[in-house]
Design a protein around this ligand. Sequence first.
Ligand SMILES: NC(=O)c1ccc[n+]([C@@H]2O[C@H](COP(=O)([O-])OP(=O)(O)OC[C@H]3O[C@@H](n4cnc5c(N)ncnc54)[C@H](O)[C@@H]3O)[C@@H](O)[C@H]2O)c1
Ligand SMILES: O=C(O)[C@H](O)CO
Length: 330
Amino acid sequence: MNSPTDRKKVLVFRELPPDQLARLQAVHEVTVANPRLPEQLPAFQAALATAEGMIGSSYPVNEALLASAPQLKVISSVSVGVDNYALPALAARGILLCHTPGVLDETVADTVFALLMASSRRLVELSNLVREGRWTRNIGEDLFGFDVHGKTLGLLGFGRIGQAIARRAALGFGMPVLYHARRPVDLALQAPELQGRALHTPMADLLARADIVVAMLPLSDSTRGMIDASVFGAMKPGAIFINGGRGATVQEDALLHALDHGTLRAAGLDVFATEPLPMDSPLRTHPKVTALPHIGSATFETRHAMAELATSNLLQALAGERPAAVFEQA
Ligand SMILES: NC(=O)c1ccc[n+]([C@@H]2O[C@H](COP(=O)([O-])OP(=O)(O)OC[C@H]3O[C@@H](n4cnc5c(N)ncnc54)[C@H](O)[C@@H]3O)[C@@H](O)[C@H]2O)c1
Ligand SMILES: O=C(O)[C@H](O)CO
């Protein structure tokens, strides 16, 4: 047990699993208050005034919020993406930001692959046919799908998760992989199993050659709206588009135009510019869209591993140690 002076005020702004909450409560003075729940907002605001550490996810931590948190030294995000944090304001205030890279890669890659298979083979549409009693004759050409094995995969973003998707595609489905990233990856060092199977490719070339384009990009100033009409226009006719990164990297009007008036075959989307997806979004019911409610990492095992890493990050930072996963701006 640490001394009373070592006990810091910690604000938990999204539910944590009970075992991880208990780790924090054993050492620090913890307030749990979710600002998205109106009845908990006053407690959240009161706790902000004295909190030295915060842990949670997917809530906009902007300048105004930081101005109400004068004691804050560390934020531990239960996510790998950090686009909901005002990064320059955190840097200006000397607040450390931690996140959860690595522990979710395989699960998110599984989700993206499920979406890729569902979009290519029209699984949701055809399952609904059975469920709704419309399977009254053999399936004809109008309902045929599109092979995945052997097709060329184009990856926009080739980081931890992009490489996990590439392994599934190249090693499991015999797919040549082209990728676009800020810089080429040294495959011999980082992913030897992908040597000779994944190629750093200029964007225009990738779009012209890929049968399936998967976006696995973080949201930043350089990627916001990056997937626009010119990108959809440059895709191979009949291509499939999957987004497992962040919704706002895509211009959704341009995506809809490509589906309705261009040659895009289908889209599989786990993320949207606005989440939850607004009821009036045409993407919600579009016949060519398979939409998921941002479930990339949402398994029992992985969400627990994320919470555990985020809790360790926070405990280490508050103890004056270097946390395992500090977010470093590139
Ligand atoms: N759907 C989900 O539930 C889910 C789950 C986890 C992560 N994500 C999102 O996926 C993102 C990627 O995660 P990661 O761990 O693989 O990140 P990472 O940092 O390991 O990889 C990011 C990749 O994007 C590339 N990139 C960044 N900016 C670029 C630009 N302007 N142009 C071209 N390439 C660019 C980088 O070079 C790198 O290859 C996260 O930041 C998060 O937003 C979504
Ligand atoms: O960034 C992440 O970790 C996922 O999108 C879950 O929020």
